[in-house]
Design a protein around this ligand. Structure first.
Ligand SMILES: [Zn+2]
Length: 370
């Protein structure tokens, strides 16, 4: 099963992904994004990293699996995703020494920890240690990436530092003159409609991927693979519904509103087109048509957005009718003055009737499509 999720989410006053603090100034993550408009222009925009989303997702997977008695290692259970990075970590996570070959190593990790089965790991021990720098790696079964402002929001997205203060004047903790009772600090906040992407491929769950002689071999039972896949899907649902990722939420809890989401389910790889474009839902429908319905598509669209579409179409239609009327009047006047011999021969009623029919059908089509 391959599951692909793309969405657009409006996030106001967020500090979900901070990169560094310089003195009392905490910076929001920024990334360069290119927009193909008037040539190409580059913008430095607020972003939320894929690592941040993956961390939130794996925390949900660990918690849900633990509740359902699916094995989770000692570290992942606590939300510490060191992922078998060296011998010490492995010993702490699984309570045993790491096996000395890649096949047994991956098998042991898959058996003992669903988070590393789904989210991958990299064993990179020091050269001098027992494992002699021998690396073992497993690629994650899910992929996610930077959330950046959608195309239309790129120019309007903003990062703004907000002033805050810790106040302790008048308390016994401020005794000497040099001890300041008021500490000011700045936190950069951002607001934007972000593009969200997440893919989940269940074909490698519970299976060997590192050792080429055993590639694809099932390490756990088919029933356990099914259970782990179900947990992976349920966790993804919770991640989206509860927006369970990002930092600084205790005092900078953002105002979140999903505008739209598309989820596709297929046997092979089939991804929903990029939500960077406002037409991604209709792009998904035409992709589905062109790929002979290789996936099942589920779409959520915020009702507010629909209301806006209907208003937009109504306004646009009024404008068009007004414009059409004045153009027809102008043509009639021009022809009457400059080419009166043709004026009488033209069936004005028929021309206007045909154009109006096509306009009405096009606008109604847009309403139905939306
Ligand atoms: Zn683990």
């Amino acid at each position: 099963m391959f599951l692909s999720v793309r969405g657009r989410v409006l996030v106001n006053v967020e500090a979900l992904n901070m990169t560094e603090s310089v003195g009392n100034y905490v910076k929001h993550r920024r990334v360069p994004v290119i927009l193909p408009e008037r040539g190409y222009s580059t913008y430095l925009v607020p972003a939320i990293s894929g690592e941040s989303i993956a961390h939130g997702y794996q925390e949900i997977v660990a918690e849900k699996s633990d509740q359902e008695n699916i094995p989770v290692c000692n570290l992942c259970r606590k939300g510490i995703f060191l992922k078998s990075t060296n011998e010490e970590v492995f010993k702490h996570a699984f309570g045993s020494n790491p096996p000395n070959n890649g096949y047994d190593f991956e098998r042991e990790v898959i058996r003992g920890c669903v988070v590393e089965d789904l989210g991958g790991f990299l064993f990179a021990p020091r050269r001098g240690a027992q494992a002699r720098g021998r690396q073992v790696k497993r690629t994650s079964c899910f992929s996610t990436g930077y959330m950046v402002p959608v195309k239309e929001a790129l120019e309007s997205s903003i990062i703004e530092p907000q002033l805050h203060s810790r106040y302790a004047l008048g308390t016994k903790f401020v005794t000497r003159e040099e001890e300041r009772g008021q500490m000011i600090y700045y936190v950069e906040l951002s607001s934007s409609t972000y593009a969200f992407s997440f893919d989940l491929d269940s074909s490698k769950v519970g299976r060997i991927t590192f050792d080429m002689d055993h590639y694809g071999e099932e390490v756990i039972s088919s029933d356990d693979i099914r259970k782990r896949t179900e947990v992976a899907i349920e966790s993804l649902g919770e991640l989206i519904l509860e927006f369970e990722f990002g930092a600084k939420k205790t005092r900078f809890l953002p105002i979140v509103e999903w505008e739209s989401i598309a989820v596709s389910v297929s046997d092979g790889v089939w991804t929903v087109p990029s939500p960077n474009s406002g037409y991604y839902l209709s792009n998904a429908l035409s992709k589905l048509e062109k790929t002979e319905d290789r996936a099942k598509l589920f779409v959520y669209l915020n009702k507010e957005m629909l209301r806006d579409t209907v208003h937009y179409i109504k306004k646009k239609s009024e404008e068009l009718i007004g414009e059409m009327k004045s153009i027809v009047e102008e043509w009639k006047k021009g022809l009457k003055e400059k080419m009166p011999e043709y004026y009488e021969k033209i069936d004005w009623e028929e021309i206007v009737k045909k154009k109006l029919e096509s306009l009405i059908s096009k606008r109604l089509g847009e309403v139905v499509e939306s």
